[in-house]
Design a protein. Sequence first.
Length: 516
Amino acid sequence: MHRQGTMPDSFTSLHAIKACTSLSLVPVGRQIHAHLLTLGLHTHVYVATCLLHLYGASNLFQEALRLFDELPHKNTVTWNTMISACAKSHAPHQARALFDLMPHKNLVSWSAVISAYTQSGHPKQAVRLFREMQLSGLKPDEVSMVNVLTACTHLGALALGRWVHALSRRIGFDPPIVALGTALVDMYAKCGCLSSALQVFERMPRRNVLTWSAMICGQAMHGLGKEALDLFEKMKAMTCLIPNEITFTGVLSACSHAGLVNEGLSHFRSMEEEYCLKPWIQHYGCMVDLLGRAGLLEEAYELVKTMRISPNVIVWGALLAACKTHRNVKLGERVIDHILESKPSHEAMYPLISNIYASAGKWEEAKRVRDLMADGNIKKMPGCSLLEVDNVVHEFVVGEKLHPQIEEIKSMLDEMHKEVRRSGHKPDTSQVLYDIDEEEKEHAVGLHSEKLAIAFGLLSLSPMIPIRIVKNLRMCGDCHVFIKLISEAYNHEIIVRDRRRFHHFKQGSCSCQDYW
Ligand code: ZN
Ligand code: ZN
């Protein structure tokens, strides 16, 4: 049409830009944009909104913003498109600023900002805004429900998640559509309530591969390896759904948590042979972890060396952790060479390396790694634990000072330490990296964030309500023993989700049976 000399109008341009968006053809879209500039059509509100959508979907945030600022007229869809572009580019504060400026907000606007907060790791703000939306009298739709449930999942906020579930039923989303049901299954599983996850799962009239995967991953995280694998078999036998990479993440981690080496190996092979799925780095991570923890260190090392993608620090880290567990310093040092060669920016790696040297008593090497860490300005990610009490999520970091009840919490913790010492437990200080003297080390593990959170939980929750904690890092061995003893001494159920899995502590033992 262009070659024949017919001038496009706003209507034809609009459809041409939409086509570019579906085909991700940004350069062609830019040409059309340039052409529209010469025709003076680029600020036409519908055309401009389509261009914003194209730039937003292609992560060209700055270009979108420039165009947006030029527009003399904007309608609600234009504003919403720009907010979604902010969400996509992980700019939640800009999304919020635009949201606050826009004259007529609708449900889509609220949902877009909530999603911006959720996707960029600000779950607390997402929940707060969801509540504001409710107070404003708007009825949430399924999209905003899914977003706020994702936020609850990050926070481990079970009570809040339950409230959203109840709200969704009141509004009439019952039984839930696939996306909402899947978000509910995922929320319940990751907030430590597997029975509710199963209930939602079983009541769903339709499920897709993500629903099954959420349930399988959930069971794996709770250490129910066999149940997860049974569910996987059921999915293959009863549905015509084809497992994807996420399903296999659940399947392989189920094998890894349950120590099922042969099953793990055969599922890992079937990924490519039966389903033509190329393993992701996470799958390799699971396999290395599985082999490593079973003590098959050489096999794990072989697998890493023959990987078709270059191993990242998580894979090396899993192998290194296995070397530490099985006290194989020789292989550990080979692994460390590989890691240092790749100059990891991953802050978690250096403490692990320093740790393996320290546990072998090689203080000089440990110090060298620590100096490397200091030079590169690499700091250990601080441990952080979340605990929900009366719908408020409390956050604790190691050596917490800011919590309003910190004095009470500390004296409770002292009490707990005394209780535990009476049972003959001595803190395992090999978790502390530095060759500081024993007393100081004892002090540092004594204040790990999950211990503080549990002290607060014991102070504020009735013994009938389990203490549910979400921790951002893997739990250390000392905390694990400590929590087992506390669950018995105070007759209180404690559930901890760490970076890898769930631990259900009850009457002095843990659901992982110390295999984690
Ligand atoms: Zn600890
Ligand atoms: Zn455990």
